[in-house]
Design a protein around this ligand. Structure first.
Ligand code: GRF
Length: 225
């Protein structure tokens, strides 16, 4: 993937701080993508306002609170397929996509998950890290595969847990790191430096046995992409 900017769809559910970091880096000309559409499962998601302010078209595919979600999954798939994206970015998207959809976009779908995968797939990662007395926590940008939070990692942000940390303080520091690593990982893809092959993440021709790690201490100098 290089040359033309990557046509990109961003899927969101929440406040959209990661979306904002990606918008800002895109506007600064650092990413090599165009954000063609932001798709949300929640009509009230703050991320939709951020997209609108940046002039990015949005689509809402509401998810029923309970019951049959086949129509929701089909709606998301249709919205993606109509766009023919080169890249699908999950940025705080809280729904699990069907294996069909994930497979259709294999190698072209990224997610950011707030833990140092493979530790803590799933929910409540901050709470679990604190309850276990972990010394480090963080977030991982990874390729998406049908198994939840199990795709190969590309880039991780790692913070040292301080004795006084709460879920909120930890989340705050980790999210600041996400705003650094997510645009960076996307830029690697768009530049053709990173890709997915044979079930693994590759960077600069090397198969990554583990995600590349950025430490909070090293990033606090204010790095960008
Ligand atoms: C992020 O912290 C990400 O790790 C998780 O959801 C959060 C979304 O935050 N998957 P935002 O909507 O980007 O602010």
């Amino acid at each position: 993937m290089k040359g033309q900017p990557l046509r990109t769809a961003v899927l969101v559910s929440g406040s959209g701080s990661n979306l904002q970091a990606i918008i800002d880096a895109t506007l600064a000309g650092r990413l090599g993508i165009t954000i063609n559409r932001v798709i949300s499962d929640r009509p009230g998601a703050g991320a939709l306002g951020r997209a609108a302010r940046a002039g990015i078209p949005t689509t809402v595919v509401p998810c029923p609170a309970e019951g049959d979600r086949a129509a929701f999954q089909a709606g998301i798939r249709r919205a993606l397929d109509e766009l023919e994206p080169d890249l699908v970015v999950l940025a705080g998207f809280l729904r699990i996509l069907t294996a069909d959809t994930v497979t259709a976009y294999e190698g072209r779908m990224l997610n950011v998950h707030p833990s140092l995968l493979p530790r803590y797939p799933g929910l409540h990662t901050y709470r679990r890290a604190l309850a276990n007395g972990d010394r480090v926590h963080g977030s991982t940008v990874h390729f998406v595969i049908p198994a939840l939070d199990a795709g190969p990692g590309l880039l991780q942000y790692r913070v040292l847990i301080q004795p006084e940390d709460t879920e909120d303080t930890l989340r705050h520091r980790v999210q600041r790191g996400e705003h650094l690593i997510y645009p960076r990982a996307i830029a690697w893809l768009a530049a053709g430096r990173a890709h997915y092959r044979d079930g693994a993440a590759w960077l600069d021709g090397q198969r990554l046995a583990e995600a590349v790690v950025v430490d909070e201490t090293e990033a606090s100098g204010g790095g960008t992409v």
